[in-house]
Design a protein. Sequence first.
Length: 331
Amino acid sequence: MDHPLVSILTPTYNQSAYLTATLESVLAQSYPHWELLVLDDCSSDDTWEVLQRYARRDPRIRPLRSPYNRGVWRLGENYRQMLHAARGSLVALLDGDDLWPPDKLERQVPAHQAGGRPLSFGRMEAVNAAGQAIPGSRYPNLGPLAPRELYAGYLRGDFYIPAVTVMIEREALERVGGFRQPHYLPVVDFPTWLELGHPGQGYTYVPEVLGYWRQSPGQATWRMARDLALGTYRYSQEFLREHPVPGLSERDLLSPGRRGYLADSSYRAALLAWERGATARAWQYAKEIVHWGRPTTYLRCLAAFGVKTLRRVRRQVLEEVGLWTRGASLR
């Protein structure tokens, strides 16, 4: 086996609280042939200072800056900027708050080469804000599927490919025009992975934990869950029309897995709207859950509405009591 250079692409914005742990997980890699390109999307915290400090510590870390804050809707431009500066024949992705196990590259590079596909991926495990593993969160747990079966399943929405576990052939990525991002999707992974797997390429699945996805309060994947779910469904429809797959129709794109994903995203959107007092919109999102055929999730949403209403009333009562008490003391 040769030892190809792996270019790690890390977009970050106001993640200095987690960025140190992310960088340390790369420095701890047992496979030494890597470069880390970290692009700061004009953060307002000390992200840039953290990057400068680490770049002085290890020259394999290369800080970059976007010319202005592009945000998630122009994320593809940040990835293309990093790819243009990259020197490796393999590309791996690591968000600025996620983590890798120390032998991630050592395990994945030979598995990727043996698979002979443009893209390989593995399982991720979710961790909380403190970096502690969340029990039962390893995903996806797939059987021994052929590369083309993996591709069809991904297009149907049976599972998603965690970006934190992905490794890509640089040449293949450039052949498809680099990272893709339609105007209605706040991510680059789903459209780019579809392009890389077609035509007839498929993916290599490594059934090991190759990355840790951090769940933290207020992160975009929660706030924008509905945009993600509806956007990936729309893109899969458009993609299938342009790139027909034998035996696969648009009806197949609403698989049980995708229905569950759409229902869960409507559930999250409903809770956020309810929390903000946008009750009409919250009810609209709740009704979508029924449309996607998930009555249990709908009932769970109604129960959450009740709990959130009680909490809101409790806060209002406490505020009113506090105002009354202060007024009484003044009298």
